[in-house]
Ligand binder design. Structure first.
Ligand SMILES: [Zn+2]
Length: 356
């Protein structure tokens, strides 16, 4: 294996340095030769300096696909195996891990790939580098060799889609699901809900999401609408004839989506909140939760069950080819982040990957 990795290090918000980092990890770990890394909304927040619990410098990128380069004692797959790495590292013994929560506290500020500071040895904790250190507690899932690496990065949003749309709401066959936000994770929720037997799936976006809403229709959405120029409640009433059983908030930067979700869901329904709202204060009237007897759940990341489902779905669902619309080489990491942020235009933008 090469002993030095080229890495794009984010030294401060919006400022990458093209650098080389020595691959000197503990013998308990292994190494992954990165093939491609998807760029998510969370990566955009880190790049902009808007994410919580982030210490710079760091190597961002947590939607990693690569091949095992050094197996390490805790890696069950031989050198050369193509895998995805779950972003969350779980020590298994801290109080959060014992409660099966996604936020292991054994490493500060966050025990998660793409968010661990570069001062934490060996510094290669993100997918925007040629090599990724495989922590002894990293969770790997083999993925098919039959798709391009950039397509395989979509396993990550797809896994979240399954966790958020199927596992957390305990989705039942025939139920109606409304997804707020047609980004990669919203589209992944749509795919997962449909495969799980949802009877009806609607999805809403903004005016600039036209191409994502078109793709949602091709992926089988029963309703895909621009919430800025449409009466969403009226459209759902006309299309579904009742209120949805489950509403999932996968918007970005939209505190209002919480109200929309609580307003539109049926009495006794479930609301899944999978997007953060930052420090934007808003009045929250909790009575609607009481009056409608709602269940609300906060969602962070994907479960291992979600990853298992997503890796098998990748093998059999050729539509996933359409979900990664833009790719950039490592040297153009800044452009990749700008593209994912929508700063290079929204036409034909679905999701973005960096390829090696
Ligand atoms: Zn832990």
């Amino acid at each position: 294996m090469q002993t030095t990795a080229r890495a794009m290090m984010l030294v401060e918000p919006r400022h990458f340095t093209d650098t080389a980092i020595e691959a000197l990890g503990s013998e308990d770990g292994g190494w992954l030769a990165v093939e491609a890394t998807g760029i998510s909304g969370n990566d955009v927040q880190i790049w902009k300096g808007e994410a919580r619990d982030v210490v710079y410098p760091l190597v961002p990128g947590h939607e990693v696909v690569g091949r095992v380069a050094v197996q390490g004692p805790n890696v069950p797959y031989p050198v050369g195996t193509r895998v995805v790495v779950e972003p969350r590292i779980r020590c298994g013994v801290c109080h959060r891990c014992r409660q099966n929560l996604a936020t292991c506290v054994s490493r500060k500020p966050t025990n998660s790939y793409g968010m661990i500071p570069s001062i934490e040895p060996p510094g290669l904790w993100g997918g925007l580098a040629e090599l990724l250190y495989l922590d002894p507690n990293a969770h790997l899932h083999p993925v098919t060799d039959d798709v391009p690496a950039e397509v395989a990065t979509f396993v990550h949003p797809l896994a979240s889609g399954h966790t958020w749309a199927v596992e957390l709401p305990a989705l039942q066959k025939g139920e109606g699901v409304l997804i707020l936000g047609p980004g990669p994770r919203g589209l992944a929720c749509l795919i997962a809900a449909k495969v799980a037997g949802a009877g009806w799936v609607g999805i809403t976006g903004l005016s600039h999401d036209g191409d994502r809403l078109d793709l949602a229709r091709r992926l089988g959405a029963d309703l895909a609408i621009d919430a800025e120029h449409t009466d969403v409640a009226g459209e759902i009433a006309g299309a579904l004839g009742r209120r949805p059983d489950v509403v999932i908030d996968v918007t970005s930067d939209d505190p209002e989506a919480v109200f929309t979700a609580l307003d539109l869901v049926r009495s006794g329904g479930r609301v899944i909140l999978a997007s953060t709202k930052g420090n934007r204060a808003f009045h929250f009237l909790s009575d609607v939760i009481v009056a409608k007897q709602l269940t609300m759940k906060g969602a962070m990341g994907a479960s291992s069950v979600g990853y298992q489902w997503a890796t098998s779905q990748l093998e059999t669902d050729p539509r996933i080819d359409d979900l990664v619309s833009h790719q950039f080489p490592l040297s153009e990491a800044s452009h990749a982040l700008q593209a994912a942020a929508g700063l290079l235009g929204r036409d034909e933008l679905i999701s973005v990957a960096v390829t090696f």
